[in-house]
Structures are given as structure tokens and as C-alpha cells.
Design a binder for this molecule. Structure first.
Ligand code: BES
Ligand code: MN
Ligand code: MN
Length: 478
């Protein structure tokens, strides 16, 4: 048991205290990996149609972990119809900054189990990586926070900063209740800075701070032409094919060069500044490496005519995530009655998500081929986010990462989305948000064979331990 009088004051931030916290972590490294495995064993898929109880179970397991490391006021935060968030806090460092730490405990579906070399929810250590769904995205993020907090509490009896930790349960499903959640808990979640562990490093071993996220607008489109499927010989010719109509509609959405063919869609895209362009060029990457990391087949074109990372971070993109018209299993000689697709547009600064959704819907419904019926339903949206890295908190983060990884950090963008970031940084009056994650380009997040690089897991945790102290050094206002 820690000494209670000691527990009520903040940990010192001298190098000796940092070294003690790091040494404490080294002693317990293995335990955190085992705790991570326990979380990976819970199939906490937040998508519709999967067992909601499993997401609750992982929320509860996360709360249990937060309690065991000595956090206070640990609880599941519930919203009607939403998966639970796990919450905990340690607020015994008066006068010191308060950090809002974020990760998520829900995961994407496993995908095709046949394509997994190991079982998705049975974590396996192999080749210096931990394999399993959620091992990297984002259960490792939970353990980075947990290990950093506990290393301080065990070595110093206290933390150098105040922390509020929030582990979301519906990030992968689009964070649909985020607005309500924020309104309900805004008082409790006030903080001076946000630290998110849910992004990636540009390369294995290369610590990276993410300063831009894309947003996302997702719709479902359904094309209907018949009351039921009919024999393709008996009726084919005069009767329009819904699958063909949908294909025509989808093909209108892009130009031959792959750019989005929806009028006005690029109007508000903020161009890169000279220094941003320079910083992308300076990153250790080229087209060949990009193609390899993305898993592109030989002979397949790279699109856009700009640096691939500019295309991915700062240009919108469109994807048809899934198409259905009958099914491969039921394929037979019919004209299908209907066809369906899910379409996503990734948005960038300064696009307006409402405007994007309206333009996409209009483009899908304009001049339906052969008079087929076209219905469009919005599925979800999340905002893009963009920050300058001038705030002192970024200097603290750069120092912590440099020392934690033993190499100079880089600043990057991200083609993915985290709906939490924009509304929360706004709510906190533009408080700095530090996006520092453990996924590397070989993580295969959302795909089969997801894995976490164990060396980077350790380095990320050491950096987090240092970060708390560095944030105190740059001042209470961060
Ligand atoms: N951790 C990712 C975000 C991310 C993507 C970080 C790529 C680094 C590189 C997050 O879990 C995610 O997948 N977000 C979803 C959000 C969506 C469901 C609203 C995404 O980007 O598809
Ligand atoms: Mn994630
Ligand atoms: Mn994800």
C-alpha cells in the first residue's frame, strides 16, 4: 500500500524520478503484455449484428484494470443505445496540468478467419509482434496509458500530473453517441491537454506525432428496379438490371484519373503550405515504399499526381466499401431486383461534412439510369481535425518521444479518422491534442492478421512515462 500522505502530492519531475518510473516499468513490462492479451481475448466488436455483451465485457475488464492500477472514480459511462466508455481519474496533483487520456476498447470485425494465420481473438507472440484483432488498434493504446500511470504510482506514490482517462467503446462503429456523451460529461472531462494513443508511427521505430486527421462521411445506396429477381433468360432484354444501374451510378463518381467527379467537392480543400509540402518530402518514404506498405499489386497505378502521403493526408478520397447484388454463394441466372453499396468519402480541411453528404447524395440520385429507384441513407460522419504544433505541449512530446525511442520524432498527417478529436479539442477551448500511437505500417489494422510491434509498444510506453514529466516542465497551461 502506498503511503497516503505521499499519495496526496504530485511526483517530482527531476530526472531521478523519471528514471525510477522507467525502472519500475522495466520490471513489469511482461505483466502489461499479459494484460493486453487478456483484453485481446475479448471479441469486443462494436458493429451492428455482433454480441454487444462482449463490448460491455471489455469495458468492464478495462475498468477492472483501471481500478487495479490505483485510479479513482472508475466507472462505465453509459449512453442509451451506445457501447460503454470506461473512465477513471487521478486528481491529486493540485496546481499541475490535467491530461485527458484517450484510447478505445472496441475493435473491428475479424474479417475472413480463413485468411488469419492465427486465431483473431487468441493473441500469439511471434516474430517480435503480438498477433490478434485489436492488439494494436487500439488495445495497445489502453495498455500504454495504464503502464505509464502505474509505473509512476508505484515508483513515486503519485503522478506528476492529474489524469482523466477515457476509453471509448464505439470508435470503430463511428462514435455515434459522441455528441450526447460530450454534453452529458463536459464538466467532468475538462482538461488542459488531450493525449490520444490511437494513431500510427510513420515507420517502425520512428516516433510520430499526428497533426491532421481526415474526416469521414458514409452513406448506403440502394437501387431497386423489380419487385423480385426474375429469370434472366425469360425476362432479360427489356427489363433493366439493378446491378448494372448501380455500377453506372458508382462509375460516375470518379474521373479517369481517380479524382472525385462530384461537382464542387474540392472547392474548400485547403492547399498545403510550402513548409508542409517540404516536411512531407523530407519523410523517409518514396513511391516504391508506399506501394509496398499499401500492398499494391505490380502494374496497378498510384493515383493523384501528388506525393502519395499528400494524397492520403490532405486530399479527399472516395471508396466503395462493399457492394451487394444477390451474392457469390447464390449466383444464378437471374436479373437481380436490387443492388446495394456502402460508400465513404474521407474529408480534409476545410471541407464541410454536411455539404459533402448533400453533394454525394445528389450525385447518387441524379438522372437514375433507366428510371430505377435510388435510395440514399446516411450512415455516419466524423470531422477532420488539424492543428498547428506550436503549443509548448508539442515540444514536451517531441522530447519525450526522442528519449523514449532514441531517435528524432517526425510530424505526420493521417488518412484515417478519429471522431473524438475535433469535438473534444473544441470543447476544451482548443487545448493541445497530442496524437501519439503505436500502430506501424505493418500493423494491418482492420484487415486480417493485425499485429502490434512489441519493441514499439515498449518505446511508446517509455515515452508516455516521460511525457507526463515533460508536460509539467513546459508549464501548467501547456
Ligand atoms: N485508429 C484508427 C484511426 C487511424 C487510422 C489511425 C489510420 C492511424 C492510421 C481508428 O480506430 C479508426 O479506424 N477510425 C475509423 C473511424 C470511423 C469508424 C469513423 C476510420 O478511420 O475508419
Ligand atoms: Mn483506433
Ligand atoms: Mn480502427
Amino acid at each position: 500500500m502506498a503511503n497516503p500522505t505521499q499519495q496526496d502530492k504530485a511526483a517530482p519531475v527531476d530526472d531521478g524520478a523519471i528514471q525510477k518510473a522507467l525502472a519500475e516499468y522495466e520490471k513489469n513490462q511482461r505483466t502489461y503484455l499479459e494484460e493486453l492479451k487478456k483484453l485481446v481475448r475479448i471479441p469486443s466488436v462494436s458493429f451492428e449484428g455482433f454480441d454487444k455483451q462482449q463490448v460491455r465485457k471489455s469495458g468492464e475488464a478495462t475498468c477492472d484494470l483501471l481500478r487495479r492500477i490505483g485510479l479513482d472514480n472508475v466507472q462505465l459511462l453509459e449512453m442509451p443505445g451506445a457501447h460503454p466508455y470506461a473512465y477513471g481519474e487521478w486528481l491529486k496533483a493540485p496546481g499541475r496540468p490535467t491530461l485527458l487520456l484517450y484510447a478505445h476498447h472496441d475493435v473491428q470485425p475479424a474479417g475472413d478467419e480463413e485468411k488469419w494465420a492465427t486465431k483473431p481473438f487468441e493473441p500469439v507472440e511471434k516474430d517480435g509482434r503480438l498477433w490478434g484483432r485489436g492488439a494494436a488498434d487500439d488495445k495497445a493504446g489502453i495498455l500504454v496509458h495504464v503502464a505509464a500511470i502505474q509505473s509512476w504510482l508505484k515508483s513515486a506514490g503519485s503522478l506528476p500530473v492529474n489524469v482523466k482517462i477515457i476509453i471509448e467503446g464505439e470508435e470503430e462503429a463511428g462514435s455515434g453517441s459522441l455528441g450526447d456523451f460530450l454534453r452529458k460529461h463536459r464538466k467532468m472531462l475538462q482538461a488542459d491537454a488531450i493525449v490520444l494513443t490511437d494513431t500510427g508511427n510513420f515507420e517502425t521505430g520512428l516516433p510520430s506525432i499526428t497533426t491532421a486527421l481526415r474526416g469521414i462521411v458514409v452513406v448506403n445506396v440502394e437501387v431497386k428496379a423489380l419487385k423480385q429477381p426474375v429469370h434472366s433468360g425469360m425476362w432479360g432484354g427489356p427489363v433493366p438490371d439493378a446491378a448494372m444501374a448501380l455500377s453506372k451510378i458508382l462509375s460516375r463518381l470518379v474521373n479517369d484519373d481517380g479524382s472525385i467527379a462530384i461537382p464542387g467537392i474540392y472547392d474548400k480543400v485547403k492547399p498545403l503550405s510550402d513548409s508542409e509540402r517540404k516536411s512531407i518530402k523530407a519523410l523517409p518514404s518514396d513511391e516504391k515504399l508506399f506501394r509496398k506498405q499499401a500492398g499494391m499489386l505490380e502494374g496497378v497505378d498510384l493515383l493523384g499526381g501528388r506525393h502519395p502521403w499528400e494524397m492520403n493526408w490532405r486530399q479527399p478520397s472516395i471508396a466503395v466499401n462493399a457492394i451487394q447484388a444477390s451474392s457469390r454463394k447464390d449466383a444464378r441466372n437471374i436479373i437481380v431486383d436490387s443492388a446495394w453499396a456502402r460508400i465513404g468519402i474521407r474529408t480534409v480541411p476545410d471541407m464541410d461534412p454536411k455539404d459533402v453528404e448533400r453533394r454525394l447524395t445528389e450525385a447518387l440520385q441524379k438522372d437514375p439510369p433507366w428510371g430505377v429507384k435510388v435510395e440514399v441513407h446516411k450512415e455516419g460522419a466524423g470531422s477532420w481535425w488539424y492543428t498547428s504544433s506550436d503549443a509548448p505541449a508539442f515540444k514536451a512530446a517531441i522530447k519525450a518521444l526522442r528519449e523514449g525511442y532514441g531517435t528524432e520524432p517526425v510530424t505526420i498527417g493521417c488518412g484515417g479518422s478519429i471522431p473524438f478529436v475535433d469535438p473534444f479539442s473544441k470543447e476544451l477551448g482548443g487545448a493541445p491534442a497530442l496524437l501519439i500511437g503505436v500502430e506501424d505500417p505493418y500493423t494491418n489494422a482492420h484487415s486480417e492478421n493485425e499485429s502490434l510491434h512489441l519493441g514499439d509498444f515498449v518505446k511508446a510506453t517509455k515515452s508516455a512515462i516521460r511525457l507526463y514529466a515533460e508536460l509539467v516542465r513546459v508549464g501548467g497551461s501547456t
